[in-house]
Design a protein around this ligand. Structure first.
Ligand code: KG4
Length: 390
């Protein structure tokens, strides 16, 4: 069984191809040795969006359209599945593809040439992200997947992006994850605590009421004049921190509230107020920026870890899992490891290359999750507010 994963929910165009065996598919829980990643390709738009300090949906859609067919070719080539075509093009099917891609003309122009030049690859299934995410971006990936499914006559399945982030943990070289587990999915668009009974059985326990943790990193970094994405820029500054000089003190929004929700917009405002009251000299001083970054990261980590550990205790969780771009943060991982060790809870964070958006997590979810049901190219639609419960 070979599956092609497609991810375009935000600003990364990603395509992955994963191979597994029929016996592995029967297992309740796959292990690392059950599958082989034949290729994992990504076209990042970070440089383009850094000009705006955040993701611009229309620009992201344009870039996805430009990148997706070349990325598919690269991915098939890396997987040794790219073969030159000997047959002529199927004009009837191509007309249908043209209809699917009527709002993605650039893709149609590329894919037409691709169908002419290359044979149908030995792929058994296509998995594509259906949400949550930016609607124009989701549409691009979905229309691309629908076109391939129709032209190649290969089944299609839709995947919840958040479930993908949870499943990215199975891309780590670990043998087994014990349930019940609790996942903290932290990215630029989401901050959610999700309880997991088994693969495919989830319950949303808490989420952000305003900005996501990654968004808070990005916006506060922008206030301080640091590069986008803000998370890695802030983490880099924190490494230089030695001692406090400016007495910066930031809030821990909703830390002690009785629910498990988050709020990070107040933290961003607190950073802005502190920044505004500083003299021009202070604002430009390296020590001020470093101390502020240290405090921002500390505050975000403090709230995330405190609330997740509280959920884990209440629900007698056996494993805590991370997912999403922010889960690449080394200090966040260190703090979780420390507290999980004390509470005797297993812990896993995805490998850094699978913490942010990627298509291997979508392909793997499409292979193993009971939620990834077969759908037809006629029916599949994006859902930008898709929830995880189920
Ligand atoms: O999951 P992701 O790649 O994209 C989506 O949001 O869908 O997450 C991107 C977010 C950005 O907000 C970025 O600042 C944050 O993840 N991020 C980090 C780190 N690396 C990326 N935040 C904190 N520390 C990091 N090392």
């Amino acid at each position: 069984m070979i599956i092609l994963g497609i991810e375009t929910s935000c600003d990364d165009t990603a395509i992955s191809i994963i191979k597994t065996s029929a016996s592995a598919l029967k297992k309740k829980q796959p292990v690392f040795s059950d599958f082989e990643i034949l290729s994992d390709c990504i076209a990042s738009q970070v440089k383009i969006h850094s000009e705006y300090g955040g993701v611009f949906p229309a620009v992201a859609k344009r870039e996805h359209q430009k990148n997706i067919t070349p990325l598919l070719i690269k991915s098939l080539k890396n997987s040794d599945l790219l073969k030159k075509n000997k047959k002529s093009i199927d004009a009837k099917k191509l007309l249908k593809v043209q209809k699917i891609l009527e709002r993605n003309q650039d893709i149609f122009n590329d894919i037409k040439e691709f169908f002419k030049e290359y044979e149908i690859p030995e792929i058994n299934k296509i998995a594509v992200t259906m949400g949550p995410g930016l609607e124009p971006c989701l549409y691009t990936g979905i229309n691309f997947a629908r076109s391939l499914s129709l032209y190649w006559n290969i089944p299609l399945t839709s995947v919840n992006h958040l479930e993908g982030h949870i499943i990215s943990n199975w891309l780590s070289p670990i043998e087994k994850i014990s349930f019940p587990a609790t996942a903290l999915v932290v990215s630029g668009g989401n901050t959610q605590i999700i309880n997991i009974e088994a693969i495919g059985r989830y319950k949303l326990i808490g989420e952000t009421r305003d900005d996501a943790a990654g968004e808070c990193f990005d916006k506060t970094a922008r206030i301080l004049g640091l590069d986008y994405p803000g998370g890695p820029s802030i983490a880099k500054e924190v490494k230089k921190f030695k001692a406090k000089k400016f007495n910066i003190s930031l809030p821990r929004p909703m830390k002690y509230d009785k629910n498990y929700d988050f709020s990070f917009s107040g933290l961003k405002t607190a950073v802005l107020y502190d920044f505004k009251k500083r003299t021009d000299e202070e604002k430009k001083s390296k020590e001020y920026i470093i101390e502020m970054c240290y405090e921002i990261q500390k505050s975000i980590i403090d709230v995330l870890v405190f609330k997740t550990m509280k959920v884990a205790e209440q629900y007698k969780t056996k494993t805590i899992l991370l997912g999403g771009g922010v889960s690449a943060n080394k200090e966040l991982i260190k703090e979780f490891k420390k507290q999980c060790k004390v509470k005797k809870i297993d812990f896993n964070a995805p490998l850094p290359k699978f913490s942010g958006d990627n298509a291997s997590m979508i392909a793997l979810t499409g292979l193993f999750s009971p939620n990834a049901k077969k759908t037809s190219w006629q029916k599949i639609k994006p859902n930008s507010n898709l929830k995880i419960n189920g």
